[in-house]
Each structure stands twice: as structure tokens, then as C-alpha cells.
Design a protein around this ligand. Structure first.
Ligand code: SF4
Length: 455
């Protein structure tokens, strides 16, 4: 069986499962956020009763992250609903934007959009927060009300996005009926050359198979090339499995996975036992690809879909209005480091917005010093508008006052993961998806630029 089949077999109490088979799967963790949480809670209460309790207090994780730092009262109300529910259910893993369980968050004009407007519990973008807070474990099943839940496949788990109704069912019962996906195999070989990043790997895969090329399939990444990819690289790759229609993305377990998960579970005092799955000689795939990482080059997914990929070096005539670094795909610490290395001691020539994925990334950027300056300061000195308000921000457009949102028909190069029309705001805006290095180089020139020109 493939890695995905092994996890689904174990979670459904079977010795063996086959692609296409429907099985009842036990969930280890269910998470939701401020956009889908209120709807999920509404269905849960309607179907299980006003006084019903969730199946496992420790299995439900609630992470407000999408429309947080906004004056929009409906968006603020969504977070209030999550708070009420977490209080009523006594949920230990609710990463609220404020510290008081009976308070309400209000936009603070004196701090504006750039200065921190959250308390100590706040965790930032769900897909980055889940591993940081010790909620991902190899061999487990994670369901989340967000399509990029597949990010956690980086940790050798079955992680997939589900709708509010399914999530309400999991909330009440701890299980879900799942059709076992067939698996596409991506065997990675070699090492990434300078200037080429994990984002380029996944753009290459999506460009090759199409934005529907893995519809309802697992995308399994393994092979000798994986060891050269950091945990954050693997997260970037697994994160975008859904951009090819994938049910999930999944990586092999290795010592890097173990070190990360063990450290994070111990740090946060979360469950520390787990059983990874390993490659099986008899695994069967529907398609197989071998990807030599050393032959890849910086790529850009052009408007209007993530499979519309071309080498950055061939897009030099595409002029840009804006650059954006952030999101669960491209707002991690290593993403900002790659970006900062390129813009250091230079100036961006277009509006450039920086949104760290989590408060932890903010702290690391502010506390890591390069030649007497913090990385944060280096980015600000280069002209990047950095916000301490970690979250999804303009990745999904959001309310009209969202930091970095495109309220006009602009053209933006972005480290985010999706570029369908209107994704980052105005319906006539255009989004070009690229690695942090390519976005940084392009911010310096005002047109799409191969980052290798700056290395
Ligand atoms: S950062 Fe973007 S892709 Fe990631 S969870 Fe938020 S809105 Fe979704």
C-alpha cells in the first residue's frame, strides 16, 4: 500500500484498503477557523443538539486567522462565535486573538495595520500554526475546514480539507466516510540549485499535470531528493497539492520529521506518541514521475491559474504594480530569509507587502540579527511594508481594509498559492505566483525577474 493507503487502512481498522473503496476513518484532529468555524458550529448544533459536546475536547483545534485585523464587524463577529463555542465546550486548543475568554477584539487605531494587535494565545495562519503548536503527528489523520489542510502531509500524515457539514459530523462523532484516493508518485532526486526553491518544485509538478491533474488523488513525494528539503520546504510542496486538485499530499517520514514533531509536541505539551508509515515494496501508483531537483529553474504561475507556469527568465516583459510575501505557502521564516537575502541593502521599486504567517515568524525576524541589523529592519529598510499582524491577510482578498488587499485592478507577484480571478481582491486584478526569491527579485526591478540575477 502507498503511504496514504496505509494511514487510511489503520484509521479504519482494516488490514488493507484499495483506491476507490469507501471507509469510515477515525479522525485524530479536526481544526477549523473563523471563516468556516461558525458555519460548522451551526450545523453541529442543529444536528447534534444545542447542548451536544464535541467528540474529543483535545481533538478539536480552533484557529482564527483569516479575517482578523479588520474593522469589518461581521468578520469580528465570526471570531466572537468561535470564542463562545470554545468557552462552552471548554476547548483547550483555541488560539484566540485576545487573551480574555470574555472579552472582544476591537481594532486599535493607535496601532493601525502594522503594529501588533493580538494577545499571547494568537497563533496566526492555521497551516503554519498547527505544526508550530504541536498538532501534527506522523501516521495520523487530520481533517480541516480549509483546502490547504493538505500542508500537514509534509509530516507524513493524511491531511485533507473538508466542508462545514462533514466537519460538523466529525465534531460530533470523530469519524468520516472517505473514499480512498489513488496515488500519484513523485520521486525526487538531486538537490535544488541556488535560487530555486520548494515553491518552484510544486509549480513544476502542477504545471506538468495541470490544475486538475491530481483530482481526488494523493500526491506522494519521496526519494533521495527529499532529505535535502527542509521541513518548511516540504510544507510548501504539500500545501499546494490541492492546486492540482489533490485530495492530499504526503511525504516520507525521516529524522527531520521526527526532530520537528518531537520538539513541537514537547514544547506545547501535546500528545507525543505517534506511529509513522514507511514505504512498502508493494505500493501501486496510478502515475509516476521522476523529478531531478538539480535541473529545475525559477518558475512563475501566471494569471489566472496555478498550472499556467513559465520560467521566470522568459517573463521579463511582464510589468508589475505590487509584490506580496506572506501566507501559509510563502510566509514562513525560511521564506522571509530567502527574500531578505535578495533585497538586503537594496530598495524595492513597487509597493511590497510582507505578512508573516505566525507571531513566531514575526519574533524570529525581529530577533535574528545580520551584521548588526534585524532581518525585520533589513526588510523595512528595503522599503517592504511589514506588518506584525500575522495572518492570512490579502492571500484571500478579505474585507476591503485588509492589509495588502488589491482594491484596484493591479498586477501582483506573490508567494501565495492561488491566483484564480479575484483571489487577492479586485476581480480584474492579476496574481502571479512565485517563490520568495523570485518575488524579491521582481520587487527590485518592477517586472518579473529570475532571482539568479541577484545571487
Ligand atoms: S494564508 Fe491563504 S491559503 Fe493559507 S489558509 Fe490563509 S487564506 Fe488560505
Amino acid at each position: 500500500m502507498t503511504l496514504t493507503e496505509q494511514i487510511l487502512a489503520r484509521a479504519s481498522g482494516k488490514n488493507k484498503v484499495e483506491p476507490g473503496e469507501n471507509v469510515w476513518v477515525k479522525a485524530d484532529v479536526l481544526f477549523t477557523h473563523d471563516v468556516c468555524g461558525p458555519g460548522t458550529i451551526g450545523v453541529f448544533k442543529r444536528e447534534f443538539g444545542e447542548k451536544a459536546k464535541v467528540w474529543d475536547r483535545y481533538g478539536v483545534v480552533i484557529i482564527p486567522d483569516h479575517y482578523i485585523f479588520t474593522k469589518d464587524s461581521k468578520a469580528n463577529r465570526n471570531v466572537d462565535i468561535l470564542r463562545e463555542f470554545a468557552r462552552e465546550q471548554e476547548l483547550p486548543y483555541f488560539y484566540d486573538v485576545i487573551d480574555e475568554m470574555d472579552g472582544q477584539w476591537k481594532f486599535d487605531e493607535s496601532r493601525g495595520y502594522l503594529k501588533r494587535q493580538y494577545g499571547l494565545k494568537y497563533a496566526g495562519v492555521c497551516h503554519s500554526a498547527l505544526p508550530q503548536k504541536g498538532h501534527v503527528r506522523p501516521g495520523e489523520v487530520l481533517f480541516g475546514t480549509d483546502s490547504h489542510t493538505c500542508t500537514a502531509g509534509a509530516f507524513n500524515q493524511f491531511a485533507t480539507g473538508i466542508g462545514n457539514t462533514d466537519a460538523a459530523f466529525v465534531m460530533g462523532t470523530g469519524k468520516l466516510l472517505i473514499k480512498v484516493p489513488a496515488t500519484i508518485h513523485f520521486l525526487l532526486d538531486g538537490e535544488l540549485p541556488k535560487g530555486v526553491m520548494a515553491k518552484d518544485v510544486i509549480l513544476y509538478c502542477i504545471g506538468m499535470i495541470g490544475f486538475d491533474g491530481a483530482t481526488y488523488m494523493a500526491m506522494q513525494f519521496d526519494g533521495p531528493g527529499v532529505s535535502s528539503l527542509s521541513i518548511e520546504d516540504r510544507m510548501t510542496i504539500a500545501n499546494m497539492a490541492i492546486e492540482a486538485g489533490g485530495k492530499n499530499g504526503i511525504f516520507e517520514f525521516d529524522l527531520q520529521t521526527k526532530a520537528f514533531v518531537d520538539f513541537r509536541c514537547a514544547l506545547n505539551n501535546t500528545k507525543s506518541q505517534y506511529s509513522p508509515v514507511f514505504k512498502d515494496k508493494n505500493e501501486k501508483f496510478v502515475k509516476e514521475f521522476v523529478i531531478n531537483l538539480s535541473r529545475l529553474e525559477p518558475l512563475v504561475a501566471c494569471h489566472p491559474n496555478p498550472a499556467n507556469c513559465q520560467p521566470a527568465s522568459r517573463l521579463g516583459d511582464v510589468k508589475l504594480d505590487r509584490a506580496y510575501i506572506g501566507s501559509c505557502t510563502g510566509g514562513k521564516l525560511t521564506d522571509f530569509i530567502a527574500f531578505a537575502k535578495i533585497v538586503k541593502n537594496k530598495k524595492v521599486v513597487i509597493d511590497t507587502f510582507g505578512v508573516p504567517a505566525t507571531p513566531e515568524v514575526v519574533r524570529e525576524l525581529q530577533n535574528t540579527i545580520w551584521e548588526g541589523k534585524s532581518i525585520w529592519q533589513i526588510l523595512e529598510d528595503a522599503g517592504v511594508q511589514m506588518t506584525e499582524n500575522a495572518g492570512c491577510a490579502a492571500c484571500l482578498g478579505g474585507p476591503v481594509d485588509t492589509f495588502g488587499r488589491m482594491n484596484q485592478p493591479l498586477r501582483c507577484i506573490s508567494t501565495t498559492n492561488r491566483n484564480f480571478p479575484g483571489r487577492m481582491g479586485h476581480k480584474n486584478s492579476e496574481v502571479y505566483l512565485a517563490s520568495p526569491a523570485t518575488v524579491a527579485a521582481s520587487a527590485l526591478t518592477g517586472k518579473i525577474t529570475d532571482p539568479r540575477e541577484f545571487l
